[in-house]
Write a protein of this length. Structure first.
Length: 87
């Protein structure tokens, strides 16, 4: 299926060219990492709590990805300049 005309790459997730090409909010930054999360609390299939948890899951997933894959962050962690939170 599709979401906003883009192919779904896993349940509820699309990979897009560039946010600015689609006019999304994260397209107004030059940050190394940016995301747009779209959760629809007005859907009869989702509760407000589910929407909140979906937003949190997106951010946690992004932070975990950065901590695992960004060499500059890994270097800061090794030097003690950056501390990763764990449960």
């Amino acid at each position: 299926g599709t979401i906003i005309g883009e192919t779904v790459v896993q349940e509820g997730v699309i990979a897009i060219p560039t946010p600015s090409s689609l006019g999304l909010c994260s397209g107004v930054t030059t940050a190394s990492y940016a995301t747009t999360t779209e959760v629809y609390p007005d859907s009869p299939k989702a509760t407000p709590e589910q929407c909140n948890q979906a937003q949190v899951a997106c951010i946690v997933g992004a932070l975990e990805y950065i901590l695992k894959h960004d060499e500059s962050v890994q270097k800061q962690q090794e030097e003690g300049d950056c501390v990763a939170a764990t449960e």
